[in-house]
Design a protein. Structure first.
Length: 94
């Protein structure tokens, strides 16, 4: 289950510019150096993590992928309508 929390941590959320890397690009850059750490983390129970302002498809997808990997129990913090819109754009089921 993903919990949503209303509230926007930044006033200019639509003005943010970020470099978004896909999972494949990131994996290529890391060259598998963190696989041992990920394996150890997968063996532990997921931890609750506040994911602040995941209002675009990429950041929301990353949180969902981490949940699916069993790494985190995401608590989504931000404007609910924007999070739901990002989920719809990414075809994610919250």
């Amino acid at each position: 289950m993903i919990r949503l929390s209303a509230g926007c941590p930044t006033a200019a959320c639509s003005d943010c510019e970020r470099t978004i890397m896909t999972k494949l690009e990131l994996a290529g850059r890391l060259g598998g150096r963190f696989e041992r750490y990920l394996a150890e983390a997968r063996a532990l129970p997921p931890i609750p993590v506040a994911v602040v302002h995941p209002c675009n498809p990429e950041s929301l997808t990353a949180a969902i992928e981490a949940r699916e990997e069993g790494l985190i129990d995401p608590i989504l913090v931000g404007p609910i309508a924007k999070i739901e819109s990002a989920a719809a754009a990414a075809r994610l089921n919250l």
